[in-house]
Write a protein that binds this ligand. Structure first.
Ligand SMILES: NC(=O)c1ccc[n+]([C@@H]2O[C@H](COP(=O)([O-])OP(=O)(O)OC[C@H]3O[C@@H](n4cnc5c(N)ncnc54)[C@H](O)[C@@H]3O)[C@@H](O)[C@H]2O)c1
Length: 284
């Protein structure tokens, strides 16, 4: 514990259960001395166990659907009342694709579902920022982080319309980062995280194989949810005040790899010895 968030107030979206990235961020933020309010949709509050987390962190849960501006206005007002001031940090850890859920592939999208994917996973970020700005709810030098994935830059089998949502999410961070930075020195970044075993992650087609492949490709291995939370804590702290409008990869090096020995090894099985020998020269 470093007391990195001592005296800071926050708003945390997206803790569903103890696998959630937002859950780990809340636990770490509490350990680092922050006070915050938690929020999720009424349905997710019933399905998961966010109340347990609230009890552990001595806080409350204010229900809100992040696609509904009215809910967000209520949340932001009540959240500030509860904490006795503006937020120093905000976490957007929200993602859902009805197309993924219903097994609609990218070449057979349902467009109503696509609208929902974009609204929930990307436009909600804009709505949160716009509502916070309207209510002047974030302190000067505050920090806002949203969770993204490398599918915003590169095509990955099975990630479907979430790739489009993540590209939009990262763009919103840049566009709003300019406005909020210029006006109030508020920084806005996205953290592009390794595939992580959570409820949202597990919905992706072939997710276990994706986790294994990414782990083989990353020189440092996949980053887990606690490691992701630790990184986000540094972004909420005063140690990173000039970092804004960035998409920051937190993926063990995956995003800069082309092919690794550990990934290639899968394909050498069954090859002639002379082929394998070439590969064996470099075990990195
Ligand atoms: N798990 C991974 O592999 C991975 C990798 C990179 C990025 N991410 C991103 O991390 C974020 C958090 O996901 P997670 O992996 O912790 O899974 P999770 O399922 O625990 O969290 C997703 C959250 O989104 C919330 N949510 C859905 N619709 C909402 C709405 N309308 N309003 C408010 N909240 C809503 C859910 O209730 C849930 O708490 C997402 O943006 C996800 O895309 C996940």
């Amino acid at each position: 514990m470093y007391n990195l968030l001592k005296g800071k107030r926050g708003l945390i979206f997206g803790a569903l259960n103890d696998k959630s990235i937002a859950w780990k961020v809340a636990e770490r933020a509490s350990e680092e001395g922050a006070t915050f309010v938690l929020t999720n949709t009424p349905v997710s509050m019933r399905l998961g166990n966010i109340d347990e987390l609230a009890e552990k962190c001595h806080t409350i849960v204010i229900p809100a659907d992040a696609t509904k501006v009215q809910d967000l206005e209520n949340l932001v007002t009540k959240g500030m009342e509860r904490l006795g001031g503006k937020f120093d940090f905000v976490l957007h850890s929200i993602g859902m694709s009805p197309n993924v859920r219903k097994g609609r592939t990218y070449d057979d999208l349902d467009y109503n579902y696509l609208q929902q994917t974009l609204d929930i996973s990307a436009i909600s970020f804009h709505k949160i920022l716009q509502v916070c700005r309207k209510f002047d709810a974030i302190s000067d030098w505050g920090s806002v982080v949203a969770l993204s994935y490398v599918a915003a830059q590169r095509t990955l089998y099975g990630y479907n319309d979430m790739a489009d949502a993540k590209a939009m999410l990262e763009s919103i961070a840049r566009s709003f980062g300019y406005i909020y930075g210029r006006e109030k020195r508020i920084r806005i970044n996205t953290v592009s995280q390794s595939p992580t075993l959570t409820t949202a992650g597990s919905g992706i087609l072939g997710f276990d194989n994706l986790v294994d492949f990414a782990d083989r490709m990353s020189p440092l291995g996949n980053a887990n949810a606690v490691e992701c939370a630790n990184y986000i804590i540094t972004l909420f702290s005063d140690l990173t005040r000039k970092v804004t409008m960035q998409n920051l990869f937190h993926d063990g090096g995956y995003s800069n790899m082309g092919m690794s020995f550990r990934a290639m090894k899968i394909y050498t099985e069954g090859l002639e010895y002379r082929d394998v020998k070439v590969v064996k020269k470099d075990s990195n």
